[in-house]
Design a protein around this ligand. Sequence first.
Ligand SMILES: C[S@@+](CC[C@H](N)C(=O)[O-])C[C@H]1O[C@@H](n2cnc3c(N)ncnc32)[C@H](O)[C@@H]1O
Ligand code: SF4
Length: 386
Amino acid sequence: MPLTTPPLSLYVHLPWCVRKCPYCDFNSHEGKGALPFDTYVDALLADLDHDLPLAWGRTVHSVFFGGGTPSLFPPEFIDRILQGASARLRFAPGCEITMETNPGTAEHGRFELYRSAGVNRLSFGIQSFDDGCLQRLGRIHDSGEAEAAVKMAQDAGFDNVNLDLMYALPQQTLAMAEQDLERAFALQPAHISHYQLTLEPNTMFAAKPPAGIPDDDASWDMQEHCQALLAQAGYAQYEVSAYARPGRQCAHNLNYWRYGDYLGIGAGAHGKLTLGAEQAVLRRWKIKHPTQYLVQAGHAGAIGGDDRIEPERRPFEYMLNALRLVDGFTLGEFEARTGLDRGVIEPQLRQAIDTGWLVEDAAGRVRPTDLGRRFTNDAVALFLDS
Ligand SMILES: C[S@@+](CC[C@H](N)C(=O)[O-])C[C@H]1O[C@@H](n2cnc3c(N)ncnc32)[C@H](O)[C@@H]1O
Ligand code: SF4
C-alpha cells in the first residue's frame, strides 16, 4: 500500500499568557514586560521557510493559532503571520483559520481587525461560568467578562465560535457543571469543547492538589449528564471532548484525528508530514523555550527533534487518534494514511471487536462502542508495535 498525501494544516504556537494557570501544562509562559511581537513574527516566518521543503506545492486546509494566549498578539501581528504564510503556501478556499482567545484579553475594536486579517473562527477559553470555580482555577477573568467577550466577537461578525469548558473542577457539583452548559448554550456557540480537568504532572495543581476535586464516580456522572444536555441542545459529540452543531466540527482538529499532516511553527510546536517520495512519515518538533527559539528560528538549532515513524509504529499512532472519533475510520483510510495493508491490524481489530470495544458496520466503518469509549486506552494499546 503506498502512503498517500493527506490534507495539510498549519499550527502556529504563540507561547505567552498574562498569568500561568495552575492546572496548565501547555508550553505557555507568563509574559513579563513588553512582549517581542515583531521579532517573534520574524522568527515564525523564518521557521516556516526552514520547514517549507517538507511541504512544497501543497495546499493548506486549516490554520490554528494556539497557545499560550494568541489573543495577546495585536491584530497587525496576526495579519503579518497570515500574509507571510499565504505568500509561502497556497491556502484552500474557505480555509478554516482559528485563534485561541482568553476572554481576559478581549479589547473593543480588536475582533473586527482579527477578522479582516483572515481569522474566521475563535476558540474561547471559558473553563466555567462560575466565579468561584474561575477563581480556584486562577483565571484572569470572571464570568461576566467571559460573556461580554463572546458577545463582542459575535457583534464583530464571528459566527464560528468555540467555547472551551472544563468539568470535574474543585468544589464543582453536578448542578454547577450543568449550569455552566446552560450559560454556554445561551451564547449560541457553533462548537463546545468539554474537557475533564486532569492533574497534569509538573503543574501547580499536581504538586498541591486543590480541595474538593470530584471523585471518579462523580466525574463520570457529570460527563454522562452533560453529554445528554449537549445532545438535547443540538451539539453532537464527534470526539471524546468535542461537540458541534451540524457542519461546525473543527476541521483543523479533525485533520489531526484523521492522521492528516501539519506543519508546526513556533516555540515547542509539533508537526507531522507525509513524505511521498520517501514513503516516510516524519514528526518534527521545535525547541520549547521562547527566548532560545527567538534566537534559533530558521536554523537547525530550532529543531527540538525529528522522528521518522517506522511502519510498525503507525497502527498505534493511527488508532491513538482515530479511536477518539465517534465515527471512527474506514480500513481504506487506514491504508492510505499509514501505507500499510489492512491485514497488518486484522488480529488486533478482531480482538477489539470480540471484546465489544469496536464495531465494524456494513459500510466498512470501524467505530468505538459505548463500552469501547470507556476503555479507549486499552483498545489503542492493542495496536502497539503491530
Ligand atoms: C491551550 S488552552 C488555550 C486557551 C487559552 N489559553 C485560555 O486558557 O483561555 C486550551 C484549552 O485546554 C483546556 N485545558 C488546559 N489544561 C487542562 C487540563 N489540565 N485539564 C483539562 N483541560 C485543560 C482548557 O479548556 C483550555 O481552554
Ligand atoms: S491562559 Fe490558557 S494556555 Fe495560558 S496558562 Fe492558562 S490555560 Fe494555559
